[in-house]
Design a protein around this ligand. Structure first.
Ligand code: BTN
Length: 252
């Protein structure tokens, strides 16, 4: 059974989970907030977290597996959000590798996982989930690539909806988290993940620091890597964390 700790204003729900971990809280703890004053995105970016507009939630776990497995928890969170969005909003969402949740090709949800290590042992993992709920507009830089539940469905701000979404995410999280915990891979849901992957069989631009290239996505591996075939017909494995991918015509 998960604890869902609802707060009004926090710096970041990831910070709250870290504080709870420092106090000795075991896993299965989730914190959500109506507003974040220092919401964080990936790559040191800010996650704008205005009051009442988005869903801001983080989950604290203490998994017993090697640190290399931890990135798969972001994939598990992406799967959970896809199911919750279907269950609560009736929207068909997809995933942009490895774990952005997209609707109609635009980003609906981002995930920021942070891990605390003691040597090679995981002390805890915090998986932060930001879902765009009631946004009517977005800042100029992301307005072409972001969407929200309101923009997709016409829904107005609604606290019942938010609560249902939070509960549903935690419910589905448990399903996918347990599979990663058991298999230490995405073996149990690899086919489902592939079916949800917006990039599958599409051309992607691989932003590899060693040199960018264009390739076609041909699958995913059990360790969460993207399998691609380059224009020279060479098959490559793209590891998350090392490189990112873009669609060649847009964000997905
Ligand atoms: C991304 O850049 O795509 C990841 C965004 C993650 C945002 C969520 S909102 C809840 C949690 N708290 C944070 O400060 N960040 C994550």
């Amino acid at each position: 059974m998960y604890t869902l700790d609802r707060r009004e204003e926090v710096t970041s729900t990831n910070d709250v989970c870290k504080e709870m971990a420092a106090k000795g809280t075991e896993g299965k703890y989730a914190c959500s907030a109506m507003e974040q004053t220092k919401g964080r995105g990936r790559l040191g970016r800010t996650w704008v977290s205005e009051k009442n507009v988005g869903l801001y939630m983080s989950i604290l776990e203490r998994p017993h597996f090697a640190p290399e497995v931890a990135p798969l928890l972001s994939v598990a969170a992406g799967m959970a959000v896809v199911h919750a969005v279907k269950e609560v909003a009736g929207l068909k969402a997809q995933l942009k590798w490895p774990n952005d949740v997209v609707v109609n090709g635009k980003k609906l949800c981002g995930i920021l996982a942070e891990m605390e290590l003691e040597g090679n042992h995981i002390e805890y993992v915090v998986v932060g989930i930001g879902v765009n709920l009631f946004h009517k507009t977005f800042p100029e830089e992301i307005k072409e690539t972001a969407t929200s539940i309101s923009l997709e469905t016409g829904m107005e701000e609604n606290s019942m909806f938010r609560e249902k979404m939070e509960k549903s995410i935690v419910k589905w999280w448990e399903t996918y988290y347990n599979q990663v915990l058991q298999d230490k891979s995405i073996r149990g849901f690899k086919e489902e993940y592939l079916g949800l992957l917006a990039n599958y069989k599409e051309k992607v631009r691989v932003l590899d620091p060693a040199g960018e290239y264009t390739a076609t996505c041909i699958g995913v591996d059990e360790d969460g890597s993207l399998l691609v075939k380059t224009e020279d017909r060479i098959e490559k494995k793209v590891r998350s964390g090392e490189v990112s991918v873009r669609g060649i015509y847009g964000y997905v």
